[in-house]
Design a protein around this ligand. Structure first.
Ligand SMILES: [Zn+2]
Length: 352
């Protein structure tokens, strides 16, 4: 488990006469602790301690064609053991947040050119042990495991994502109820409502196919060029990250919290406010600088906050001053017509 360091921890270290620069390299600093350190150390000396900013580990000289002995040695190395415990940790978080049910959900990390570390089949994600993990090649053939457990039956989808998206280093699949609700309804969550969702998520829906089949994996893989979070129709969600496993998991938290918030907002009896297309452009610039894909890069502003699918009838928002010919303008409804007629009648009678 990584150590989370708060301002209070840093203050205590200083009080005890300790050097705050002696934190473990993988310690996670809270935002205020980071500011505190920055102030303490002066500008330009801020060290990157976030897991998101660490460069990926060097590719080990092992691949699926290496000898069984070499692969097993790699499987039992400190580097892989650390990743096994990270998978157990993320599995616990998925289970505690009720993003998985029964034996549902699975996780994979690309650890070499054509080897992935993944979760076993038929084990709750909340109660996995390091020894339960398996190595597979990119075709899904199991290379080794800690205690003989078989790899997850949905591994093909993870591997197809990795093959199609070379930047994908980690994948997480689970069944979070609110997001899965959208997947069951076949509705992409509306956009332009919350910054985190706009910056970190890029969502699309893949059609339903039987879980675990190559066809399912292909339909998901077809979307990962421009999307990092795929709603799987009538099933669940899968997300990939170009950073690390925790980042792929964060995509689940962000999507699930967003879907929940959108549903709450939809029940408040008033149409939700949305940010403007210009405001969204600013967020998309941040997204692009973080290396996160989005099919909207380069789109015209009027195409950015179009939530047609969520609220049928909402049309592409045009910048102020633009002329728009809407159906409503061409075919005024009976109420409007009656109102116009009443006003006209009033004016005409005043002129008599
Ligand atoms: Zn599933």
């Amino acid at each position: 488990m990584k150590q989370v360091v708060s301002v209070r921890d840093l203050e205590e270290m200083l009080r005890a006469g300790k050097d705050v620069r002696e934190l473990p390299n993988d310690a996670l600093l809270t935002p205020s602790a980071r500011d505190f350190l920055r102030e303490l150390e002066g500008p330009g000396t801020y060290r990157t301690t976030s897991v998101h900013q660490r460069p990926p580990a060097a590719v080990p000289p092992v691949n699926s064609k290496s000898s069984k002995k070499e692969i097993e040695a790699f499987f039992n190395s400190g580097q892989i053991n650390e990743l096994k415990s990270q998978i157990c940790d993320i599995g616990r978080r998925l289970w505690q947040r009720a993003y998985v049910d029964g034996n549902g959900g699975n996780i994979a990390i690309r650890v070499a050119e054509d080897i992935a570390l993944c979760t076993p089949t038929l084990v709750s994600k909340g109660f996995m042990k390091e020894d339960d993990m398996c190595f597979v090649d990119l075709e899904g053939t199991q290379l080794c495991s800690g205690n003989g457990k078989k790899r997850t039956s949905e591994i093909l989808m993870h591997l197809q994502i990795m093959k199609r998206q070379p930047r994908a280093v980690a994948t997480v699949h689970c069944h979070p109820p609110y997001s899965t609700g959208f997947a069951v309804a076949g509705i992409e969550p509306p956009t332009c409502m919350i910054p985190e969702y706009e910056v970190f998520s890029s969502v699309a829906i893949a059609p339903y196919r039987t879980p675990g089949t190559p066809e399912m994996g292909k339909l998901v893989a077809d979307l990962v060029d421009k999307h990092n979070t795929i709603l799987m129709a009538n099933h669940g969600v899968v997300a990939w990250s170009h950073n690390n496993l925790e980042d792929a998991y964060f995509k689940m938290e962000i999507l699930e919290a967003y879907c929940r918030t959108v549903l709450v907002a939809a029940q408040l009896g008033k149409p939700a406010n949305t940010m403007t297309a210009t405001q969204l452009q600013d967020l998309l610039k941040i997204k692009q600088s973080l290396g996160i894909p989005d099919p909207r890069f380069g789109l015209k502003e009027c195409e950015l906050c179009d939530n047609d699918e969520w609220r049928p009838g909402v049309t592409c928002a045009l910048p102020a001053g633009a002329t728009i010919r809407s159906d409503a303008a061409e075919e005024p409804n009976a109420e409007t017509e009656a109102l116009v007629q009443a006003i006209t009648d009033q004016i005409m009678s005043g002129l008599k």
